[in-house]
Structure formats: C-alpha cells, structure tokens
Design a protein around this ligand. Structure first.
Ligand code: ACO
Length: 333
C-alpha cells in the first residue's frame, strides 16, 4: 500500500538551507556601453540606477551560470548534489529550445535521480519556481529542491536599441529548499506563503519578437518602457498585500524586502507604496542590471553574503515580468 505523504507528515515547510550565485567574468560599465550606443552614464543611472552589468562570454551559457549558482548554494547548505531530488530552473533564455536547461544542469551536477524541469515566467520566474518547489516539497513527494534563476538576456537583446540594451545583464542565483516538519507557527523557518498572478493581455508591452513555432528564430526583446513602468508600480503590490493578508503579518514585521531588480525607481516607489522602510529594501540593480529570473536570487545572495539576511529574518520576495506575470513569496529565512 502506498503511504499518503500528507498523512505521514501532516505539516511540512520548505526551509532555505543555502543560497548562491554565479556571474559572467566580463563586467560592462555604463561608460563602456556609451562607446557602442548613443547613451551616457548619467542617463542610465538617473532613469534606472544601473551602473554596470555582467555579460556572458562565448563559453558561458545559462546552464553553466546556473550550475555555478547551484554549486554555491549547495556549498552553503553543506550538501552534495545527490541530496537533491528536484531541480527547477526559471529561465526565458534556455541554452537550447530543448532539452530543458534544468536537465543540462542536472547532468552537469552528476545527478541521475529525481526530476528536473524549466519554468518560464520571465522576470517573475524565480518567485514562480519557489512557489512551485514549495508545493512539491509540502506535498511530501520530494525532499530537497534546487531552485535556480539563470539568464543570458544579452543573447536576446537588440544591441542597436539604446532603449533596451542598457537595462539588462546576465547571471544566475539559486537556493536549496528542504522539506521539514513544522507546527505551522509563523516564527518557524521556511516559506510561509506564496501568491502568483498573470494576465496575458499585456503581451505587446514586453515580449520577444521570435520563437520556434511563430518565426523559427530566437528573436529580440521589445518593450514599451513607460507601460511596463506603470504596470510594475501600479498593479504588482497586490501580491505583497495578499501575503500580508494570508499571514496576518505587516510591512513593519519584515526584515527585508527583496524585489525584482529592474529599475531603482520601480523598487523605491513599490516599497513606499507598501509602507516598507527604505532601509529594509535590498537593491542590487546597480551591480547587475536587470537579470530577469536571476535578479531576486542574485540579490538574496548578495544580502546573505554581506550579513544582512540572517537566519530567522522575515524576507519578502516580489517580482514582475513579461506576460504580465507577478508574484510574491514570504520566507522566514
Ligand atoms: N540613453 C540616452 N537616452 C535614451 C536612452 C538611453 N539608453 N533610451 C532612451 N533615451 C531617450 C529617448 O529617446 C527619449 O528621448 P526624446 O525625449 O528625445 O524622445 C528620452 O530618452 C526619454 O525616453 P523615455 O522612454 O521617455 O524615458 P523614460 O523616462 O520612460 O525611461 C525607461 C525609460 C528607463 C526604460 C523606463 O521607462 C523604465 O524604467 N521602464 C520600466 C522598464 C523596465 O524596467 N523593464 C525591465 C523589464 S520588465 C521587468 O523586468 C518587469
């Protein structure tokens, strides 16, 4: 007879055991970009807060960056790759149309058991992947997950379009989650609640103009910047207030707000709207640019490494991306 995992473990929580990141070797400053397109450090910093970004070299791909981040997260967790039975990679820039980047990383880590798959929600991908892994782990079907956000947006950027090429960068971040018994108390470590939304009517505002079925090409990123800005600030905070409503916690209870790192002005305006104090906001957009699904785990990795995020801290993740998609994950670290 098969054991019902929910009966065996009436309450499970997905606890973060480690976080890690990996960046391409090459770092490109705004001044470097100004030599290629008609832009300036002043314009980019004023409009976005971005000062530099990392760009993948010929031997660096989404899977090599994702593998590097996964190894760093496993090291912080004190685990071996073989302890993992679930690998989810959030990406919109896979190495290949198929097989998935997740299976490539699974193989590179020497993992032959468990399951690995990609998840595509553009810049919200990591938050969607955390929510998905959390549901797998709490069901009892899997024990430990590697959740990776990895991107090489430099490969889908139109480098002649100054309105988009200055905004993006490459990189990867990852966390290890483990299913642990929980009494359900909000003071215990782990993912407390997740909230995801999407609305496909907004495709034209942020999309790639190519794909295997529509054009048989990879295509380039296209964006109506002002519309994306308006949506990101106007709509997206609802998933954060949903997380507060589900738990009874408030902005005052948070230790850290770790939003998607697209634009410093979007980050600051969202925090202000939610009543989150500026000193609780983790912003790394000046270092990495917008790395899409990698941006939140990269920011987590920086804030963990510099000692800001400590065990037991209450951390709110939030992201918005093409689709539109948007989501939040509230974690007791
Ligand atoms: N350098 C110099 N000038 C530029 C550049 C550049 N890189 N890009 C545009 N300009 C010029 C424009 O041509 C325009 O000139 P004009 O007035 O002579 O016509 C002027 O700057 C103003 O352009 P706007 O598009 O009005 O600038 P805006 O203040 O809206 O800022 C930006 C543009 C930064 C893209 C902003 O709209 C934005 O941040 N939008 C959000 C988009 C975003 O973050 N997307 C990330 C992906 S989505 C996601 O992650 C959720």
């Amino acid at each position: 007879m098969t054991m019902d995992p929910l009966r065996e473990f009436p309450r499970l929580r997905s606890v973060v055991l480690g976080v890690g990141s990996c960046l391409p070797e090459k770092c490109v400053t705004n001044d470097d970009l100004a030599k290629q397109v008609d832009t300036s450090d002043d314009w980019i910093v004023q409009r976005t807060g971005i000062k530099q970004r990392h760009i993948a070299g010929p031997d660096e791909t989404t899977s090599t960056l994702g593998e590097g981040a996964a190894r760093a997260a496993l090291a912080e967790a004190g685990l071996d790759a073989n302890d993992i039975d679930l690998v989810i990679v959030a990406t919109s820039t896979p190495d290949w149309t198929f097989p998935s980047t997740a299976t490539q990383i699974q193989a590179a880590l020497g993992l032959t058991h468990g399951v690995a798959f990609d998840l595509q929600a553009v810049c919200s991908g990591f938050v969607f992947a955390v929510a998905t892994a959390d549901k797998f782990l709490r069901s009892g079907s899997h024990k430990r997950a590697l959740v990776i956000g990895a991107e090489t947006f430099s490969r889908i950027i139109d480098w002649d379009d100054r309105t988009t090429c200055v905004l993006f960068g490459d990189g990867a971040g990852a966390i290890v989650l483990e299913a642990r018994p929980s009494t359900g108390d909000l003071s215990e470590r782990g993912v407390l609640t997740t909230h995801l939304r999407s609305d496909g009517r907004h495709r034209a505002k942020l999309h790639v103009d190519g794909g295997p079925s529509a054009t048989q090409t990879v295509g380039h990123l296209r964006m109506e910047g002002k519309e994306v800005f308006r949506f990101a600030v106007g709509q997206v905070t609802d998933v954060v207030t949903d997380a507060f409503a589900a738990t009874g916690l408030t902005a005052g209870d948070l230790n850290w707000f770790v939003p998607h790192q697209a634009n410093r002005r979007i980050i600051d305006m969202s925090a202000h709207k939610l009543g989150i104090a500026p000193e609780k906001v983790v912003a790394t957009v000046h270092l990495h640019g917008n790395t899409s699904a990698a941006s939140v785990p990269l920011a987590l990795s920086v804030a963990r490494a510099d000692g800001r995020i400590k065990d037991g801290d209450l951390v709110m993740l939030e992201a918005v991306g093409g689709g539109f998609t948007w989501g939040s994950a509230l974690i007791r670290w």
